[in-house]
Design a protein around this ligand. Structure first.
Ligand SMILES: *[C@@H]1O[C@H](CO)[C@@H](O)[C@H](O)[C@H]1NC(C)=O
Ligand SMILES: *[C@@H]1O[C@H](CO)[C@@H](O)[C@H](O)[C@H]1NC(C)=O
Length: 211
């Protein structure tokens, strides 16, 4: 009787809890750390258009080269016109997707800089990387003798991972709601049928047994 009333339902409830736990774990594990300060795209090209200080241009070039393997070209004309003048780039789409992912335009005065980061929308992470590059070079320009850095991290969830997680949640809900809960709860109620059976077998009154 004790087995039916407590041990079996207890075991089934433990199964439900374990299923819940495993789902939570898998949801947490699928999020990964993406270091956006590191070189994600391999060797690419970039540009800098600065009318302020040559030191700022060289800071941008050295940070881009050292951290993200971007070879930077200093330009003087409008970046749109400059990139479109490259005939190979216009004709070759894969080349367009892989080169010129990051760039920057710096204008204004020394005390009041106007910063414009440029990025290629085809590279999913090129906007944060371009921002990181710009701020990092500003940091190096302002504090040339100190080794401070700025890092950007993101924790993206790939869409296929989200889909598997959602599928897992659905399957567990179905298993626990349709199978485990209906199996567990009636066991407790049904076990009381053992009292009348015991009464019939032993010829004793149910009331006497219970008082
Ligand atoms: C992120 O990338 C940068 C540049 O490669 C590197 O210096 C830094 O150590 C990395 N950070 C982590 C936490 O891995
Ligand atoms: C960019 O190119 C267009 C068309 O060739 C031209 O009209 C425009 O003046 C150029 N812009 C600059 C800033 O050179």
């Amino acid at each position: 009787m004790v087995v039916l009333q407590s041990v079996v339902p207890g075991l089934l409830f433990m199964c439900i809890l374990l299923l819940d736990q495993s789902i939570k774990k898998s949801l947490v594990e699928e999020v990964r750390d993406l270091n956006l300060s590191s070189n994600l795209y391999g060797e690419t090209k970039g540009f800098i258009r600065s009318s302020v200080d040559p030191l700022l241009t060289s800071a941008y070039e050295s940070v881009a080269n050292a951290r993200q393997q971007v070879s930077v070209t200093p330009i003087t004309e409008n970046p749109n016109n400059w990139t479109l003048r490259d005939p190979k780039l216009v004709a070759d789409i894969p080349r367009y997707l892989k080169t010129y992912l990051m760039g920057a335009e710096i204008s204004g005065e020394k005390k009041k800089l106007l910063l414009t980061p440029w990025y290629n929308k085809e590279g999913v992470h090129s906007l944060p990387q371009s921002l990181n590059l710009l701020y990092e070079s500003l940091l190096q320009y302002l504090l040339p003798n100190e080794k401070h850095t700025i890092e950007i991290h993101n924790h993206p969830v790939a869409s296929d991972h989200t889909m598997t997680a959602i599928k897992m949640v659905r399957i567990t809900l179905i298993v626990s709601c349709l199978l485990l809960v209906p199996l567990t709860v009636p066991l407790i109620g049904a076990s009381y049928v053992l009292f009348p059976i015991h009464e019939r077998v032993s010829n004793s009154k149910l009331l006497q047994l219970m008082t």
